[in-house]
Unconditional design. Structure first.
Length: 228
């Protein structure tokens, strides 16, 4: 029986239908280079900001260089020894010691700049008022009260130095004769025997007294009396 060429073969129709379907589907798909399918836009609304964090490490205090220069204390001036009629004492090496022949005394002066009052120590001998130190001290207070402007007694006591020298010390304040600046002063009495006393008078402006008080005390403590 002859083949009817006017009717397509069922298998050929199936192949044709599949090819048409594929063409139709291919028109709706789009691929970018590399074969990656893209859909939609970017996920962020702006450029990406990169934050860089810098960490600074502070070395321990023991290893950091010091910004404070250590001050080097100046060496203390060597002391000098003065012999006053057999009585010896020491005074700071940068002080001046001058003997006053008219009054038979010794004037000790520390270096000072721009001051209205020269601090210092004056040592001399005077007739003894009484062999008893407490009585001699009371007599000296009476004299000071009448002779010093603005006299005010701070204290009085009998002391013994490291060299076993017994003495009376009166501490008082007064006003300087001209400028009427407040002064702090010591009046020290050391019996010498033979009707004489060694007197030591130390003074400085009250504002600067703490600066000199230690030196004044060292001078008194260094006194050595002549052997009898």
């Amino acid at each position: 029986m002859p083949l009817d060429l006017r009717r397509p073969h069922p298998a050929a129709l199936a192949v044709l239908s599949a090819a048409v379907l594929c063409l139709l589907l291919a028109g709706g798909c789009k691929k970018e280079d590399g074969g990656t399918t893209t859909t939609g836009g970017p996920t962020t609304g702006g450029p990406t900001t990169t934050t860089t964090t810098t960490t600074t490490t502070t070395p321990p205090a023991s290893t950091r260089p010091s910004t404070t220069q250590s001050a080097t204390a100046a060496p203390a001036a060597a002391t000098q020894t003065f012999n006053y009629n057999g009585v010896t004492f020491e005074y700071p090496g940068d002080w001046k010691a001058e003997k006053a022949p008219e009054e038979d005394g010794v004037d000790l002066r520390p270096p000072v700049d721009n001051t209205t009052w020269q601090p210092g120590v004056y040592i001399d001998t005077r007739p003894s008022t009484d062999a008893d130190l407490a009585t001699a001290m009371d007599a000296a207070v009476t004299d000071l009260t009448g002779g010093k402007t603005g006299f005010h007694l701070v204290g009085k006591k009998v002391l013994t130095s490291p060299a076993r020298v017994k003495y009376a010390r009166i501490e008082y304040t007064s006003l300087s004769p001209e400028q009427l600046d407040p002064l702090t002063q010591w009046h020290v009495i050391i019996p010498l025997g033979g009707g004489k006393d060694l007197t030591i008078r130390a003074n400085a402006l009250t504002a600067t007294w703490p600066k000199y008080e230690s030196a004044f005390g060292n001078i008194v403590d260094s006194i050595r009396l002549p052997k009898k």
